[in-house]
Ligand binder design. Structure first.
Ligand code: HEM
Length: 461
């Protein structure tokens, strides 16, 4: 399919542009649209495409008026446009209580560019093989706790793995008192949003009231304060030590063009950002991968055949190159993307988009889920078929599990690497089988979606 950068490609040059009110929308009040979006978003999105087509207007509480789109041409019109047209950080303020005010996710313009440039090298280059060793070792340690015949939700094991990988590879923490404390507090912190009900605290700001240590928001705030202190203590210690092979060391050494380094508060908020953005997301993706691999025996057979060619104890850098494993990871992220939308792009200037004239203040949101189920790109889109990714290449506007343009996921190579290393280790050293015969479905956990019931599996003896 060819797409075009012309944002008015669905109009002839002479036809007048329509206004935002001409875009089809739901008639439900904002409160109802918010609840639907929190509790039951996927059927809502599918119904919206059937009724309204590829471009829809919607309104959720606490967000600017939103226009979302689901076909490659209109997604290219947004992700391929001049990034100076948009603000993104100001649309992410619901994450401020979790990440702090200096988080990359909430920055825009020059400060965003500066911070991204400082952080980007940590995920590429010389440190990557070391991250692979950490991922393998952490997976082995978590698997060592599994008992034969035991039944357990594999999502919990994946959460433990991805959290420990972040603590070791990103924070550079050695096991010890601070590591244990942070691990416990961070579990508490992420569990705070572990159901659609609890997630409403994020979306409905008036619920964020600290009514003392026993109130939900009071508990959350106290937990966050303890985490902040532990991270600041670690930063202070590390400033006195020589650098190691981890992201924090690289961030401590990073300098921008005028030679200035990141402050303690910037470092603290960026570490929280990497943890928040990289832990639950990768854990859900891994749990989904285990589900699909075990739900379809031929997928597992193909994978095992590919892995066996690398022999015992393969190098993580070789695992990362395997084509069928790569296709399985891509198909996992296609069929149920971990987040349904990219960050919203809020217009700072008037913008002519696909035949509509849009005014500043409107938020444009590419819908990852609907794009990944576009019938022209992905026939029989509800079937898990890794071969799609071997048969053709998808463009940056056709497959977008990690978003795109200047906000593309900073950790996408890290996440894909981790998925491949953990899956290769688990599949080659344990025999798992799915316990439930019911199909798993996505449920909300904060802003991400995880498999229902956490994918119960049994370890075969
Ligand atoms: C399977 C796992 C993951 C998925 C599906 C995912 C997905 C995404 C998406 C959709 C965005 C928004 C992009 C946009 O709006 O264009 C994003 C942003 C981001 N992700 Fe990820 N992510 C994953 C793992 C990670 C990891 C492991 C890290 C770091 C350790 C990370 C760090 C970030 C950061 C820092 C941003 C904000 C970038 C910016 O604002 O410039 N993510 N991610």
């Amino acid at each position: 399919m060819t797409t075009t950068l012309n944002s008015n490609s669905n109009k002839s040059p002479d036809s007048p542009l329509q206004s935002v009110s001409d875009i089809p929308s739901s008639n439900a009040p904002a409160f109802v649209q918010t609840l639907q979006a929190v509790f039951n978003p996927i059927p809502l999105l599918e119904k919206s495409r059937q009724r309204n087509g590829e471009i829809t207007r919607s309104q959720s509480m606490g967000f600017p008026p939103m226009v979302f789109m689901s076909d490659p041409a209109s997604i290219e019109a947004v992700l391929g446009a001049d990034t100076n047209l948009f603000e993104v950080g100001s649309g992410n303020t619901i994450l401020r209580p979790l990440l702090g005010p200096q988080s990359l996710i909430q920055l825009d313009g020059a400060p965003h560019k500066r911070q991204r440039k400082l952080m980007m090298p940590s995920f590429h280059g010389a440190s990557v093989p070391r991250y692979g060793e950490v991922m393998t070792e952490v997976t082995e340690n978590v698997m060592a706790q599994w008992e034969p015949e035991q039944t357990f939700p594999v999502h919990s094991s994946m959460q433990t793995i991805t959290l420990r990988v972040i603590l070791k590879a990103v924070f550079g923490l050695a096991e010890g008192e601070r590591y244990e404390k942070l691990q416990r507090l961070l579990c508490e912190f992420t569990n705070f949003f572990n159901s659609p009900w609890k997630s409403t605290f994020l979306f409905i700001e008036p619920l964020q009231k600290d009514l003392g240590a026993w109130s939900p928001w009071g508990q959350f705030r106290r937990c966050k304060q303890k985490i902040d202190q532990l991270i600041l203590d670690e930063i202070a210690d590390r400033r006195q030590q020589s650098p190691q092979d981890d992201v924090l060391s690289l961030l401590l050494a990073a300098r921008d063009e005028d030679g200035s380094a990141m402050t303690d508060l910037e470092l603290r908020d960026e570490l929280m950002t990497l943890l928040f953005a990289g832990h639950e997301t990768t854990a859900s993706a891994l749990a989904w991968a285990i589900y699909w691999i075990h739900a379809q025996p031929e997928v597992k057979q193909n994978l095992m055949a590919e892995l066996s060619e690398l022999g015992t104890d393969p190098d993580p850098m070789e695992i990362a190159k395997l084509p069928y494993l790569t296709a399985v990871c891509n198909e996992t992220l296609r069929i149920y993307p971990i987040v349904l939308f990219t960050f919203g792009r809020i217009l700072k200037q008037p913008f002519d988009f696909m035949g509509y004239h849009l005014e500043p203040g409107i938020m444009l949101a590419p819908c990852i889920y609907l794009l990944h189920h576009h019938p022209e790109l992905y026939p029989d889109s509800k079937s898990f078929r890794p071969e799609r990714f071997l048969e053709r290449q998808f463009s940056a506007y056709e497959f977008i599990p990690f978003g795109g343009s200047n906000r593309r996921c900073l950790g996408y190579t890290f996440a894909l690497f981790e998925m491949k290393v953990v899956l290769a280790k688990m599949l080659s050293s344990a025999q798992l089988s799915l316990v439930s015969k019911r199909p798993a479905v996505p449920v909300r956990r904060g802003i991400a979606f995880m498999p229902s019931e956490g994918i119960p599996v049994q370890l075969l003896g």
